[in-house]
Design a binder for this molecule. Structure first.
Ligand SMILES: Nc1ncnc2c1ncn2[C@@H]1O[C@H](COP(=O)(O)OP(=O)(O)O)[C@@H](O)[C@H]1O
Ligand SMILES: [Mg+2]
Length: 353
């Protein structure tokens, strides 16, 4: 559907060239919600704006539905852009036009007759829940409602792809959720491919199927959202996840670990202890796995801390346990957990603070 190859973007800034994109390759499949996350300045807007060629890349190809947009002439490009709708952070509505007329604008520009425009716009206003507000002006509606207008306008030319650049960043958490639900609904009901740019992991968690992490103009990590949440590889990814699922263990838990470790040494049986962070997703569940380990390897396990969350109907959990027992058995148990698809981190705890 969307194939991006070797994309670079260099701007001429006042202090010399700025390399905003440094060789991006991406493959986005039809009907998916593909999230791109990164910190401010990472190159997200530069990337999304090259997908519809609002920005012309310095190098690289942008292939949408089999056509390389970078090779099209102006007229062909205008036509190709009708397949790609875009939603903006600050809505970009015309304040002098009503809700209806804002949604109608792209159709007017494409020369559609007035009667047909109404037939197209009214169902869209219905879809985004604004049928009652068709005659209002942007100043008379809320931020969430403005973004609904933005979404309806983006859908007016019946695109196959919807690009969203921080569409919820100006909205409160409650409104953010409802706008993301609407994007998800549009994705499912209209079969639209959605490419969503954000700096908030919460947004990715709520609606993306796959995610790519962009940092300093490069894609540093990508995969299914659940996999990336369970096994983040890059520090930047971990820190973005950390914002919604704190990874640091509370001090009280670490104190408890020190006590358990001290007891173990005091017992002097040559037993070893290890603090483990376990994460899992989907079908694996801790309890049967842990009880099998306790029985099969003769370990003691203290469950210290846990969080369970949901990513799109799939359970996602993280658990801290202190496991102790004979060294070889402990090793065996850790290997077994990994075989079962549990991500295991062995956490070092300084014994003295
Ligand atoms: N038109 C421009 N001219 C010069 N530098 C730019 C321009 N647009 C963006 N940049 C720079 O490119 C980098 C990436 O910007 P941007 O794509 O807007 O990132 P993001 O959307 O992730 O915040 C930043 O360093 C930014 O300052
Ligand atoms: Mg941006």
């Amino acid at each position: 559907m969307i194939e991006i190859r070797g994309l670079t973007q260099t701007y001429q800034g006042p202090q010399g060239p700025v390399e905003a994109l440094r060789g991006i390759d991406l493959h986005i499949t039809p009907g998916e919600v593909f999230g791109i996350i990164g910190r401010s300045g990472a190159g997200k807007s530069s990337l999304v704006r090259t997908i519809n060629l609002l920005n012309r890349p310095t190098r690289g190809e942008v292939i949408v539905n089999g056509r390389d947009l970078t090779r099209l002439g102006e007229a062909e490009l205008r036509a190709a852009r009708r397949d790609i709708g875009m939603v903006f952070q600050h809505f970009n509505l015309l304040s002098s036009r009503t809700v209806f007329d804002n949604v109608a604008l792209p159709l007017e520009l494409a020369g559609m007759p007035r009667g047909e425009i109404a037939q197209r716009v009214n169902p869209l206003l219905e879809l985004v829940g604004l049928a009652q507000l068709a005659g209002r002006y942007p100043a008379q509606i809320s931020g969430g409602q403005k973004q609904r207008v933005g979404i309806a306008r983006a859908l007016a030319s019946r695109p196959q792809v919807l690009l969203s650049d921080e569409a919820t960043s100006a909205l409160d958490p409650e409104t953010t959720r409802s706008i993301l639900d609407l994007l998800r609904q549009v994705n499912r009901e209209l079969g639209l491919t959605v490419v969503l740019i954000t700096h908030q992991m919460q947004v990715i968690k709520q609606i993306a199927d796959r995610v790519a992490v962009i940092d300093a103009g490069r894609i540093v990590e990508q995969g299914r959202v659940l996999d990336v949440f369970t096994r983040p590889r890059q520090p930047i990814t971990r820190s973005l996840i950390e914002e919604i699922l704190p990874q640091e263990l509370p001090a009280s838990v670490l104190d408890h670990v020190r006590k358990l470790a001290a007891q173990l040494r005091g017992a002097g049986q040559g037993a070893e202890g290890q603090l483990l962070r376990l994460s899992y997703a989907g079908d694996s569940a801790y309890q049967p796995i842990l009880s099998r380990l306790i029985r099969g390897y003769g370990l003691d396990m203290s469950i210290l801390h846990g969080q369970v969350d949901e990513i799109q109907d799939q359970t996602f959990g993280s658990l801290a346990v202190y496991a102790s027992g004979e060294a070889a058995q402990l090793r065996g148990a850790i290997a077994r957990l990994r075989d079962e698809g549990v991500e295991v981190q062995e956490v070092a705890v300084a014994l003295e603070d």
